[in-house]
Design a protein around this ligand. Structure first.
Ligand code: IPM
Ligand code: MG
Length: 372
């Protein structure tokens, strides 16, 4: 298969972790006989510095002409610390999501057996966690009317949803549940918000066409508690843009490190894959950032194109790195391995799955390696 991939490294540790994903894609190319073309584009603080715009038109064009986008990370303290700034990096990512109509953000949260001790929660609690968050990504309070009135020192962010925006992601969530544990949990704040009440009406209605799926609804405050008390009760979590942002970061704690979790953002015409972590400016250039979330984002990209064997091979190589303790210091404080070394190890161990069997590696729980 030939794929044109737009590569948006972004800010902070973005370029370092994306470099490891590209090594893995090159390895997949070689092992499985595919051909991938990478075209880089500027985004975020780096793009503001060079072009004065967090999403230059040229970058948008590169994305629109690609089969998929690989994204690194975005954000810089320079802009976080200046609330008066008229332009900031995250605007680039938000505009990109909107322009490409990436309405569904898919964030799997899974505990890897080899890393179970990493979770700050007890092994007993996190043991069987395998959930996926379907976060609505192109609407809600992120995109509603915004205002800041310096005279009255007040500001407004409006949260709006319509039926179509809810229904298109709800269908994806129900379809995903069909191939999983057959349960959808709608997370909202329907005891307070009108938008949440609309979500409930629309989702309850859609549920009728999926009789094999159990639907439950939880208020977001309770969902946050349930996620740390008993995360294995969840299968597919369906939620709006803001709640999904918050709950997915919380989910990363269950897995042991935010450096482990990938995500896919899909729409009708485009798809983008990115780690859920931020730009982690303090670690920039130190070769300590965990490349696994970025590499697993490649596995999601491959799955998106139905390259299942290739995707499994990437996941198997990641699991091998865990079992051999070839991990960055966020996973094992005493680790002397850097971003580059871990990336090289994983890329070098991407091979046809039979070869893994022949090598008789432990801990490669094949068949369970599908991450979405
Ligand atoms: C995420 C990030 C973004 C979001 C930021 C960088 C705008 O936190 O992808 O979760 O809030 O969606
Ligand atoms: Mg977030």
């Amino acid at each position: 298969m030939h794929l044109n991939i737009a590569v948006l490294e972004g800010d902070g540790i973005g370029p370092e972790v994306v470099a490891q994903s590209l090594k893995c894609l090159r390895s997949v190319e070689e092992t499985f006989g595919h051909s991938f073309t990478f075209t880089k584009g500027l985004v975020g603080a780096t793009a503001i510095e060079k072009e004065g715009n967090p999403l230059p038109e040229k970058t948008l064009k590169i994305c629109k002409e690609s089969d998929a986008i690989l994204f690194g990370a975005i954000g810089s303290p320079k802009y976080d610390d200046d609330p008066n700034s008229k332009v900031w990096p995250e605007q680039g990512l938000l505009r990109l999501r909107k322009e490409l109509d990436l309405f569904a953000n898919i964030r799997p949260v899974k505990v890897f057996p080899a890393l179970i001790k990493q979770s700050p929660l007890s092994k007993k609690i996190v043991k069987n966690t395998d959930l996926v968050i379907y976060r609505e990504l192109s609407g809600g309070i992120y995109y509603g009317e915004k205002d800041h009135d310096p005279d009255s020192n007040s500001a407004t962010d409006i949260c709006t949803y319509n039926e179509e925006e809810i229904s298109r992601i709800a269908h994806l969530a129900f379809k995903a549940a069909k191939n999983r544990k057959k349960k959808v949990t709608l997370v909202d704040k329907a005891n307070v918000l009108q938008t949440s009440r609309l979500w409930r009406r629309v989702v309850y209605d859609i549920a009728k066409s999926y009789p094999e799926i159990t639907l439950e609804a939880l208020f977001v405050d309770n969902a946050a508690v349930q996620m740390v008390l008993n995360p294995s009760q969840f299968d597919v979590i369906l939620t709006d843009n803001m709640f999904g942002d918050i709950l997915s970061d919380q989910g990363s704690v269950i897995a042991g490190s935010i450096g482990l979790l990938p995500s896919g953002s899909v729409g009708t015409d485009y798809a983008m894959f990115e780690p859920i972590h931020g730009s982690y400016p303090n670690a920039k250039g130190k070769n300590t950032a965990n490349p696994v979330a970025a590499i697993l984002s490649v596995a999601m990209l491959l799955q998106h194109f139905k390259l299942h064997e290739e995707s499994d091979a990437v996941v198997a190589a990641v699991l091998k790195s865990f079992s051999k303790n070839i991990v960055t210091p966020d996973i094992m404080g005493s680790s002397k391995y850097g971003t580059d070394y871990v990336g090289d190890f994983i890329a070098d161990n991407i091979m046809e799955l039979d070869e893994h069997f022949n090598m008789n590696d432990e801990n490669i729980d094949l068949g369970k390696s599908t991450i979405i």
